[in-house]
Ligand binder design. Sequence first.
Ligand SMILES: Nc1ncnc2c1ncn2[C@@H]1O[C@H](COP(=O)(O)OP(=O)(O)OP(=O)(O)O)[C@@H](O)[C@H]1O
Ligand SMILES: [Mg+2]
Length: 247
Amino acid sequence: MKIIACYSNKGGVGKTATAVNLAYALAAKGQRTLLCDLDPQGASSFYFRVKPSKKLTETKFFEDVERFTKAIRASDFDGLDILPANMTFRDFDVFLSRMRNSRSRLKKALKAVKGDYDVILLDCPPNISTLSENVFSAADGIIVPVIPTTLSQRTYIQLEQFFQANKLPLKKLHAFFSMTQGVKSLHGQTMEDMRKQHKKRFLKTQIAFTSDIERMGVQRAPVMATAPRSQAAQAYGTLHDELMERL
Ligand SMILES: Nc1ncnc2c1ncn2[C@@H]1O[C@H](COP(=O)(O)OP(=O)(O)OP(=O)(O)O)[C@@H](O)[C@H]1O
Ligand SMILES: [Mg+2]
C-alpha cells in the first residue's frame, strides 16, 4: 500500500482539486483507493457528496480503530472510498502535541486499513504543524501544487528548508505548477527559475487555470468524471501517470 499526500504550506493552491482528481484517476485504473480528508474545511468530502461523520473525533481518529474504519464511506465511483473530515479535525495539533511519538501517529492510524487499499491519498490542510510532520513521515510521496508566483515560490523554499533542517528526505517531494496562466509573463519566468533551482523536484506536468476545475464546486464531482475530454481532465490524467512512474 502506498500513501500519497496532497500538501502545501500555502492555502488555496489546488491541493483539494488535485486530491479529488488523483483519487478518481487511481480508482479508475483499478487501484483500491481511500481519500482521507484531513482538512476540517472538508472540501474533498464535499466534492464527493459525503457527509462528515460526527462520531470520528480527533481523539478517536488516532486511538479507536473501529471508529476510524466505521467512518469510511463509499463514493459514487467504483473502488474509491472517502474518509470525510469534520470540524473536530481542527484540534488534531493540540491532541497530537500531547501524545508520545507525536510524529508517527498518523502512520499508525492508517495501518488499520492497510490491507483494504492499494493507495491512500491524504488531502491536507495548509500549514506546517505537528499534523504536517505526521504527513511527512507517513507519506511515500508528497505532491505539492505551486502557483508560479513570488509568494508561492517563497513558501515552497520554506518547505524544502524545513525538510533539510529536520533531516527529512527531499526526494519525497513531487512539486508541480498549478493554476498556470500562459498570458502571465511572471508565471513563465517563475516556472523557468524554479525548474532550474529545484531540478529534480518538479514534475513536467502542469495544471492550467481553467473554468472546468472551478466548476467542480457546482458539479460536486471530479472534472475527470464530468468532463473527461477537457484539457483539465487530461492534464490530471498525465499528472497521475507521471507521479505513478516516479513512485
Ligand atoms: N487549475 C485550476 N483552475 C481554476 N481553478 C482552480 C484550479 N485549481 C483549483 N482551483 C480553484 O481554486 C480554489 C482553491 O483550490 P483548492 O480548494 O483545490 O485549493 P487548496 O490548496 O486545497 O485550498 P485550501 O488550502 O483552502 O485547502 C477552488 O475554488 C478551486 O476550484
Ligand atoms: Mg484544500
